[in-house]
Design a protein around this ligand. Structure first.
Ligand code: DQA
Length: 164
């Protein structure tokens, strides 16, 4: 069982009432409950955090290894387009992550088309509403399975070398 951290940035606490034509009408609490169920079915554990503050988001990223997080699903929200500090935090702790957006940021205003995260993410899911997160969870599950296979292959190779 692996641990996946779900981290949501500023204003995501207002999901459900916030510009529903762009961000749909599900609350963050409902979304998190649903994603918890999906994660359980995939055989993993979900830790969910949301903050409106850049420094708190950085602290959550720094705490990932302490909480044995294997991979993160990150919606940096507006910080997507502005935060070198959050980018540096992820690089500093070398945390694999998938960037997620409810809306398709490439179909919106020019200033939303640039992300400080896409080029260091495992992948990006943008534009499928709440389903963006489900797709990201499925991708996390594949990533975890692949990592476990690699670990098992390395262990088998090491023990074959020892018995030679
Ligand atoms: C968002 C897109 C961002 O541009 C915006 O600032 C958000 C939400 C999304 O999920 O579509 O707050 O990350």
């Amino acid at each position: 069982m692996a641990t996946i951290m779900l981290l949501n940035g500023p204003n995501m606490n207002l999901l459900g009432t916030r510009e529903p034509e762009k961000y749909r009408s599900k609350t963050l609490a409902d979304l998190t409950t649903e994603l918890n169920d999906v994660t359980k079915k995939l055989g993993h554990k979900l830790i969910s955090e949301q903050s409106n503050s850049e420094s708190e988001l950085i602290e959550h990223i720094h705490s990932a290894h302490r909480h044995k997080v294997d991979v993160m699903i990150f919606n940096p929200a507006a910080y997507t387009h502005t935060s070198i500090a959050l980018r540096d935090a992820i690089l500093a702790v070398n945390l694999p992550f998938i960037e997620v957006h409810l809306s398709n940021i490439f179909r919106r205003e020019e200033y939303r088309k640039h992300s400080y995260f896409s080029d260091i993410a495992l992948g990006v899911v943008s534009g499928f509403g709440e389903f963006s997160y489900v797709l990201a969870l499925q991708a996390c599950s594949q990533f975890i399975a692949h990592k476990e296979q690699q670990k098992a292959a390395a262990a088998a190779a090491a023990s074959a070398k020892q018995t030679k």
